[in-house]
Design a protein around this ligand. Sequence first.
Ligand SMILES: [Zn+2]
Length: 483
Amino acid sequence: MTGLDAVRAWRREHAPEVLAGFADLLALDNVTGDVPALRRNAAEIVARLRARGVEAAAVGPDGVAPLVIGRIPGRPGAPRLGVYVHYDGQPVTPADWATPPFRPTLVGPDGAEVPFPAAGGAVEDGGRLHARAAADDKAPVVALLAALDAVAAAGAEREVELVLCLEGEEESGSTHLGELMAAHADRLAAEAWLICDGPVQQGNAPQVVLGVRGFTDLELTVYGPARELHSGHYGNWAPNPALELARLLASMKDGAGRVTIDGFTADTRPPSATEQAILDAMPPVEAGLLDRLRLAAAEVPGSRLLDRLMLPSLNVRGLRAADVGPAARKVIPARATASIDIRLAAGDDPARMLERVRQHVRDQGFLVLDREPTAEERRSGPVARINARVGYPAARAPVNLPVVGHLLDLASRAAGEPAITLPTLGGSVPLHHFGEVLGAPTVILPIANPDNNQHAADENLRLGNLWYGVDLFALLLTTPWRP
Ligand SMILES: [Zn+2]
């Protein structure tokens, strides 16, 4: 029997107790920001790690959800990899859930609730465990604990040392992650960090993703008359700020959907030949997406989604000027505001990007301020108020990073089908901390099913994906690797 066969035999036999342990962990409410609740979660995870002989501690100042740091030693001289998971979850609206978010519920492949299996009972891979954080992101914690048990039961040697960083405030912006990492950097040294979060590919194929986009955002307000005016008495005479804003926004993109802000992609690192080859080899999804989303064409007609994710994006995420619908009044609005987010690609700098937007607005003839304009300033010419939040940069590890091929091999073996690699996710996670604070590259290694209802009601983990995670961590621990 090979090592993987032994792990699989162990987890089949012990599935009921793994699920019971998972349910107990999910029954601990973990809404992000609820520090006392998150401390209970951290204490439970520390206890479970220590029960398996893993050095573990919850660290951090009072009033902050702690970072759980752990070390799973390997044989002497084993290379060291980091595993990042977060144990906090998104807020819940229980009324929207079919079953209470913190009463973990097992559901069969047909969607009907089933009892948790008794010892020796079997569970179908297509079944799902429903609870907040079942997928995002307690699943990797439970998979890793089960893998430790399975590896110990098989008597296999640990060929890799793992250092663990389990965060408790990912869902509220990782405010303290950088400083907590810096304070404990000596314990967090690793060849590379595996970010175990997010879903695998659509269709449930395993994937290893090399990066994320960065993020920054701003609010842009332009001004009309000092107060809303009667549109009959003043219409055609007083300038309308909604129209001014529309013109200003329209000046930021051309008719073909390309951003026209000067220098917008000047710092963007273009895909390497290998990255482009990976993108080109991915099966096209665009026709199906346009159909499902009822879209006539992509913003840049004919473009491929994955290619567009390699570039920074400029997105108007909201607009406001007076009111619409039943609340609409016959007025010329006094101001108009757009809320804009910018996803940053590798190479882009958040502060520089915001300055390019400000400069573009200046170039359109506006006085740009970061506060309300005075009466004199409004009288002097077009004024725009821009309030920006400097976000964080993208992270993108090179495809030829030694650990990538290793992880693709392990993920393929664990899943029984070839793992896919992608240069970046479209979304944003502050992975730059790992590079800036720890000097280590990051690779995203998800286990959850893509239809897990992450952040929404009825979040769930498909059990087959939990077992994939157990097999994957067991292989990670027991497969020899040289950086
Ligand atoms: Zn997550």
